[in-house]
Design a protein around this ligand. Structure first.
Ligand code: NAD
Ligand code: MN
Length: 482
């Protein structure tokens, strides 16, 4: 059999103009930070510094919260839903218009393949604004309760795995419901949020409705602790989520927390195997496995386990790992040295605990942060790689014999964000969905997202829902909840 290589197909970097340094976006303008230490954001595929970014201090967060409060009381909460919707439509269209720029910038700053930023992150971000634009004048009919009203100023802290998409998940519903926001992107991926600030200017969004403050944990903490914040929305690690829950206990602040996961992707012996293999691949290697709902535990029925693992490994040989800007790349760079160290450490623990490790041995680029798609077989439930979120391209394979055993094993985790079920039988899908303690359950597919569909977890995966009608609930008070 002749084998063919793909010629390089790099997306052009020239659609993106990077400034050497970035300020904070407060009250509709880019302003200097007061005293923090600027930090570099790098391209994790090359380790090249992309730009310097301002660190917002507590005083800067205070300025942003005050701007958001003024915009809330004077403008945004008084505007009709139909008018708020017009701004959201405008933002959605501008995201589409500048989609190529956003896709390239996201790939540069995060390390994920251009194929994903171009086809998933950016179009879905625009879709979230379109969807919520439609709700802005219909909140009365969303059956949220009588007289739905905004909370006021919302503080939002987001992670680095889907920087622009998480921003859209947070900002679109908040604005649709009449709130104003202070948002902090993650310290390793602030650039698309800052480009989004430009979109707010271009859309002529009233100053102060959206404020973007950059920085790391201390800046996030300043948002959490600020007394002028009415509601918090956080996506990130369970550890920080718990700290936030502690910090706001006893205050009037509301919160939604979207935290980690350790999803089971469950393959029954009557599943369409070829499709299931693709589902396992996208379940764990989409975004290098740095996905809270990743299908990181494969539960495969014992009678087909050997065949599934053999065919899955063969499929892995065809994955192209490397330059994220290349349109043929399937698996890009890990987001940071820190995340790479964490993945490396947990994979080593898997080996030490006796699971069998396998990867393709594919070549990796010299610079940057890389981890080969990796599979562990002979994993038992007590292994740390079966219990802890690795947040990387590492799959743990376990087997089961009966549907009952599949459910027991799938639910044996502190998390409960998502799960996948692969079977030909509709009745079994429904039975499984009923038994699985997870917020999202995919049937014969995995990692599908849609703004109309609520997303969120059980147990240590957090609380509250984002997206769909349910997601609006977090951003309005009603006669019952007020
Ligand atoms: P993290 O929770 O520390 O960071 C997420 C966001 O929270 C970032 O913007 C960060 O600056 C901010 N933050 C950090 N400390 C804070 C504090 N005390 N108060 C307020 N905000 C704070 O996550 P991480 O360290 O970047 O990643 C560690 C692990 O978290 C990963 O290995 C993964 O398991 C998990 N994670 C989950 C998600 C998710 O989508 N659920 C996303 C990223 C990371
Ligand atoms: Mn970066």
């Amino acid at each position: 059999m002749p084998t063919f290589d793909y010629a390089p197909a790099p997306e052009s970097r020239s659609v993106v103009t990077l400034a050497p340094s970035y300020d904070l976006f407060i009250n509709g303008e880019f302003v200097d930070a007061s005293g923090g230490t600027p930090f570099a954001t790098i391209n994790p595929a090359t380790e090249e510094t992309l730009a310097m970014v301002a660190e917002a201090s507590a005083a800067d967060v205070d300025r942003a919260v005050k701007a958001a409060r003024t915009a809330y009381t004077r403008v945004w909460s008084r505007m009709s839903g139909a008018d708020r919707g017009k701004y959201l439509y405008r933002i959605a269209r501008l995201l589409q218009e500048r989609s190529r720029e956003f896709a390239v910038l996201e790939t540069l700053d995060n390390g994920k393949p251009i194929k994903e930023t171009r086809d998933v992150d950016v179009p879905l971000a625009a879709a979230h604004f379109f969807y919520h634009a439609g709700w802005a004048d219909k909140l009365e009919y969303a059956t949220l309760g009588a007289n739905p009203r905004p909370y006021g100023v919302v503080g939002q802290v987001i992670p680095w795995n889907f920087p622009l998409l998480m921003l859209a998940w947070k900002i679109a519903p908040a604005l649709a419901c009449g709130n104003t926001v202070v948002l902090k992107p993650a310290e390793t991926t602030p650039l698309t949020a800052l480009l989004f600030a430009e979109i707010c200017q271009q859309a002529e969004l009233p100053p102060g409705v959206v404020n973007i403050v950059t920085g790391a944990g201390a800046t996030g903490q300043a948002i959490v602790d600020h007394p002028g914040i009415d509601k918090l929305a956080f996506t990130g690690s369970t550890a920080v989520g718990k700290m936030i829950a502690h910090a706001i206990a006893g205050t009037r602040k509301k919160a939604t927390l979207e935290l980690g996961g350790k999803a089971a992707n469950i393959i029954f012996d009557d599943a369409p195997i070829d499709q299931a293999i693709e589902g396992i691949v996208s379940g764990i290697f989409f975004n290098q496995g740095q996905v809270c709902c990743a299908g990181s535990r494969l539960l495969v029925q014992e009678s087909i386990a050997e065949e599934v693992v053999r065919r899955f490994k063969r499929r892995l040989e065809t994955l192209r790992v490397g330059d994220p800007l290349d349109k043929n790349t399937d698996v890009g760079a890990i987001n940071s040295a820190r995340q790479l160290a964490r993945i490396t450490e947990l994979a080593a623990v898997g080996e030490a605990e006796g699971a069998v490790r396998w990867d393709t041995g594919c070549p990796l680029p010299k610079n940057g942060f890389w981890f080969r798609p990796t599979v562990f077989t002979e994993v038992s439930q007590s292994h740390r790689i079966a219990q802890e979120e690795i947040f990387g391209p590492v799959l743990s394979v376990l087997t089961f014999r009966t549907p009952g055993e599949a459910v027991a094993k799938a639910n044996n985790t502190p998390y409960g964000l998502s799960a996948g079920v692969w079977t030909e039988k509709g009745s079994r899908i429904l039975w499984m969905a009923d038994q699985l303690r997870a917020g999202v359950i995919w049937a014969n597919t995995f990692n599908r997202f849609d703004p109309t569909s609520p997303f969120g977890g059980y147990k240590e995966s957090g609380y509250g829902r984002e997206g769909g009608r349910h997601g609006l609930e977090a951003y309005v008070r009603t006669e019952v909840s007020a």
